[in-house]
Design a protein around this ligand. Structure first.
Ligand code: BEZ
Length: 257
C-alpha cells in the first residue's frame, strides 16, 4: 500500500522556484477586501507572504498550515504575525473570524467535508469565505502524461494514485451549501501558469508537488519518467521557450448568514 502522507516541504525550493503560488494570491486578496479591525484566518499560509500582505490592511491575521517547516519559516520571516501548526479539518480557535481566506491549498485536503464544516463553524454570522485552489481538470495535461509514463514502465499502482481534490463548481458549491454556506460567487477558469525554472520547468514542478507518485521508484527510473513527461507535454506546455503548467482554478466566495 502506498502511503500518501507528506513527509516535509523544502521551503527554500518552494520559494525559489515556485514563488508564483503566492504571487497569484494577490488577486484573491483584492477579492477578500480585508479591512482594519477585522479578524482573518489565512488557511494554508505556507511561508506567510500572503498573511503579511493581508495584515497590511490593518486586519488581525492568523496563519495556519499543516507543515511544520512552513510554519517555522513563516514565523522567522514575519515575526510580527501569528502562525500556528494546524490543519483545515481540525483547526480550532475560541474566537470566530470575520473572514477565512485560502489560496492554492484546499486541493491537498483529504477530508473536505470536515474542512468545510470547520470553516463554517469558525466564522462569525455575516462572515465570508474567500478561497481559490485547483479546479476540475487542473494540470490534466501534466498528470495524464505522468500517469501514462508510469504505466508504460510498469508502475501501475503509482499511476493510479489520487491525491488531489480538483472539484467542479457543482461539487464544491454543493459541499459548502451542505454545511450551511450561501455561495455568492463561483468561477472555474483556465490560468496557464508560467513556471519559474526555465529549463527544467515541468520536471521541477512534478518533483515539488507530485512527489507522492514516485514512492518506491528508484532515482534512475524516476529521472526517466520525468524525461518522458517533459517530452510528452513539450508541444502544449513549452511556449516561446518558457514552461507553463495548465492550471485551472476554482474560486469561490461564500457567506455565513
Ligand atoms: C495547484 O496549485 O493547482 C496545485 C499545486 C500543487 C499540486 C497540485 C495542484
Amino acid at each position: 500500500m502506498i502511503e500518501l502522507k507528506r513527509m516535509s516541504w523544502n521551503v527554500d525550493l518552494y520559494n525559489e522556484k515556485h514563488g508564483f503560488v503566492h504571487r497569484f494570491g494577490s488577486q484573491l486578496i483584492d477579492l477578500l477586501e480585508p479591512k482594519s479591525g477585522e479578524r482573518i484566518l489565512d488557511l494554508g499560509c505556507g511561508s506567510g507572504q500572503l498573511t503579511e500582505r493581508i495584515a497590511a490592511s490593518g486586519a488581525e491575521v492568523i496563519g495556519i498550515d499543516s507543515s511544520a517547516e512552513m510554519i517555522s519559516a513563516a514565523s522567522k520571516l514575519y515575526p510580527n504575525q501569528k502562525f500556528y501548526l494546524m490543519d483545515a479539518a481540525s483547526f480550532s480557535f475560541q474566537e470566530p473570524f470575520d473572514a477565512i481566506f485560502s489560496n492554492a491549498v484546499l486541493h491537498w485536503v483529504e477530508d473536505q467535508k470536515s474542512a468545510a464544516s470547520n470553516m463554517f463553524q469558525h466564522l462569525k454570522a455575516g462572515g465570508r469565505l474567500v478561497v481559490e485552489f485547483g479546479g476540475y481538470g487542473n494540470v490534466a495535461t501534466v498528470i495524464n502524461a505522468l500517469r501514462s509514463s508510469l504505466k508504460s514502465r510498469g508502475f501501475y499502482k503509482n499511476a493510479s494514485l489520487e491525491r488531489w481534490y480538483f472539484p467542479s463548481i457543482a461539487a464544491y458549491t454543493s459541499l459548502l451549501e451542505d454545511v450551511g454556506f450561501e455561495v455568492v460567487l463561483a468561477q472555474l477558469y483556465d490560468r496557464p501558469t508560467l513556471l519559474d525554472s526555465k529549463n527544467e520547468g515541468i520536471k521541477d514542478w512534478i518533483e515539488m508537488f507530485g512527489f507522492h507518485f514516485f514512492q518506491g521508484i528508484n532515482p534512475v527510473e524516476k529521472a526517466a519518467v520525468l524525461t518522458d513527461v517533459q517530452n510528452s507535454v513539450r508541444s502544449t506546455c513549452y511556449i516561446d521557450e518558457q514552461w507553463y503548467a495548465d492550471y485551472r482554478r476554482i474560486r469561490v466566495v461564500a457567506a455565513k448568514k
